[in-house]
Design a binder for this molecule. Sequence first.
Ligand SMILES: [Zn+2]
Length: 327
Amino acid sequence: MSDALPDVTDLGHGIGVIPLPLPFRSPSFVNAYVVQGDDRTVLIDCGVDTDAGRTRLIEGLSILGGDPVHIDTLIVSHLHPDHVGMAPRLTSEFGWTLLMHRRAGTLWERYNDTAGLETRTRHLAQRHGVPSPMIDPISSLGGRPSYMPMLHAPDVLVGDGDHIELGGGRTLEVLHTPGHEQAHICLRDSLTGILFSGDHVLPRITPVIMFDEQVDDVLGDYLTSLNRLIALDIGLTYPAHGHIVERGTARCEQIVLHHDRRLSGMLDIVRLGPRTAWTVMEEAYRPHLTPLEQRLALRETVSHLEHLRFDAQVGRFEENGVLWYRT
Ligand SMILES: [Zn+2]
């Protein structure tokens, strides 16, 4: 993904996009979308909390011919800091209502619990065979980043199939698409049929599907959510990162294929003999990952191995507190 921040653009039909800078190399920006109906205007996603992000957002709104007072609701696609990070600042500064999927009604507390995430990651690393000297670098987060201040409970919770009314008959239909994150939603615009896909469907990169201790088969949830969009035959898709996807269904099919390949690659590795998730990760991913990349890759490896186990393609046994997978 290129480092240059794309322009603020009026996409027509009352939709504008404001790419906001992120303090990461990839993805380097997040797309905030403004959607205007006859009665109200909403913003979808808001980026991390930085002065640069706030300045760009206000600038972007003015380029699109609006300002913060025209917006009444901030809809957030899911509970990751590059989407919800600036929500506390914006909702308190401008009085916007924060709307999310109902699972965020409890998960926001977990989002605030940085120490808890560290503890869970350490436990996961120990259980899945990470060598002792690697456990600290993989699980320590070095404190809570300033770009993700503490969140409050969302003001409005929605469920799958709900319609967010924008006036004049225009609605955004909520599609609950768990996988990348439990509370993830996509939104379908009744006026244009365009899908705001959050991180569920992205161009060029695939969202990381990380093992989640609260979910039995997180990859299964993700694939089910993708197949649902394929069945809906989605077309024009506006993602949270990168550029517009013309054929949403085709992109969903590519992502399903990507995971099929990764699953069969990991199955082949486990067929060679019992493996921990750590050793599968070392064999399945490119070498020389940073500790952060290792943390993500380990969680993604576990989500794939657990999916294979859920599918009865691999088994699991425990030895001295460490989990091993075998066929
Ligand atoms: Zn994201």
